[in-house]
Ligand binder design. Structure first.
Ligand SMILES: [Zn+2]
Ligand SMILES: [Zn+2]
Length: 355
């Protein structure tokens, strides 16, 4: 099949065959070629062109995301120089379409979604269809804001961590300690300060275990607030530093960069307060099913019956929802904290919880 023009852009998509049609390449004034497949290093087809090579296979778990910025910059340099750019893979279906969509998203982030950019490509080349893994990478890229530096973005680190957990579990073992992304050691994003003041504490000793932004919503839960106030038996968390002894009982020294070969695939979570040591939940890298029926993978779940949720007293005084001096009957006070808190755990008076 011939190569096809991306509507509105001097960019063409094609398969390997499109490289042979020198007349068409010349007619389209192709000066730059992006090859998104594994090539023989001796191939001299590209000598007459500026060439950018991304050696990846068309499989869902291939990391194409990390190649987006360089490919986009290369495509842009070709267009800026007044040339045409051919983006090709083997069939002109999945890999090349993914790169073209990434380019469109980067150029006009607010005008496109991955789906609408794909629809544009299909106007001229109906067979375009990134594999599901590449579509997810495009969605993540779009969600990240189409940055020129993908790999230092926190969302990229999380994505890599999830990939590594999946790969380890597929081989029947726990991920290695050095591949775990401890969420409390990550730089905080500016937009996720909401819910910072809500704390999850050990019911027995009151030790703080997590704040709201470390909670992982699941199932029908839309956000961390829903996750905290739900009726589910578990509150799922991202990995946190205090969990190391539970998750990696054989790697006691955090600075030791040893592969924890004997780390268990699943086990109990114990309270990090050594004088408490209560059993507060369990983890399963291969995932576990919550009481609501949803599977969470990987699963690090605090048992709701073993923890308390509290909002520090300061949230009332500093919230500014009420003019100072206005007193409410006791049964109305909880509504000043958060009117949407209707779950069973949130009805406890937070002030009492900190005693
Ligand atoms: Zn405790
Ligand atoms: Zn659940």
């Amino acid at each position: 099949m011939a190569m096809n023009k991306v509507p509105g852009h001097n960019i063409y998509i094609g398969g390997l065959f499109s490289l042979r049609n020198k007349v068409a390449l010349s007619r389209a004034n192709i000066t730059h070629i992006v090859s998104v497949l594994r090539l023989q290093p001796t191939d001299d087809t590209f000598l007459a062109y500026q060439h950018h090579h991304i050696g990846v296979d068309d499989v869902e778990d291939e990391n194409l995301l990390e190649h987006f910025p360089a490919a986009i910059e290369f495509i842009q340099s070709g267009l800026d120089a007044g040339g045409g750019v051919l983006v090709h893979c083997a069939m002109g279906k999945s890999r090349s379409a993914t790169i073209c969509i990434a380019y469109l998203l980067h150029r006009q982030r607010s005008a496109f979604t991955p789906q609408s950019a794909l629809a544009l490509l299909r106007e001229s080349r109906p067979l375009c269809e990134p594999n599901p893994g590449f579509m997810k990478q495009l969605e993540l890229y779009h969600h990240m804001g189409c940055p020129t530096d993908v790999t230092s973005h926190p969302a990229y680190s999380r994505w890599l961590y999830h990939r590594e957990v999946e790969e380890s579990v597929a081989c029947g073992r726990a991920p290695e300690l050095n591949s775990i992304l401890f969420e409390d050691e990550q730089p905080q994003q500016q937009d996720d300060t909401a819910g910072e003041l809500t704390e999850v504490k050990c019911r027995r000793c009151r030790r703080k275990l997590a704040i709201a932004r470390f909670v992982v919503p699941h199932g029908a839960q839309q956000d961390v607030k829903a996750a905290i106030t739900s009726e589910c038996a578990h509150i799922f968390l991202n990995p946190l530093t205090w969990m190391r002894p539970s998750l990696f009982p054989n790697s006691p020294d955090p600075s030791a960069d040893l592969a924890s070969e004997d780390a268990p695939l699943s086990g109990r979570l114990t309270c990090p307060n050594t004088s408490c040591g209560a059993n507060i939940g369990k983890f399963a890298w291969q995932g576990m099913q919550c009481s609501c029926g949803d599977w969470v993978v990987p699963a690090i779940g605090l048992a709701r019956a073993r923890v308390d949720i509290s909002e520090p007293v300061t949230i009332r005084r500093g919230s500014g929802n009420l003019a100072p001096g206005i007193r409410l009957p006791p049964n109305m006070r909880s509504s000043t904290v958060d009117t949407s808190n209707t779950g069973p755990t949130s009805e406890r008076d937070p002030a009492k919880g900190s005693l």
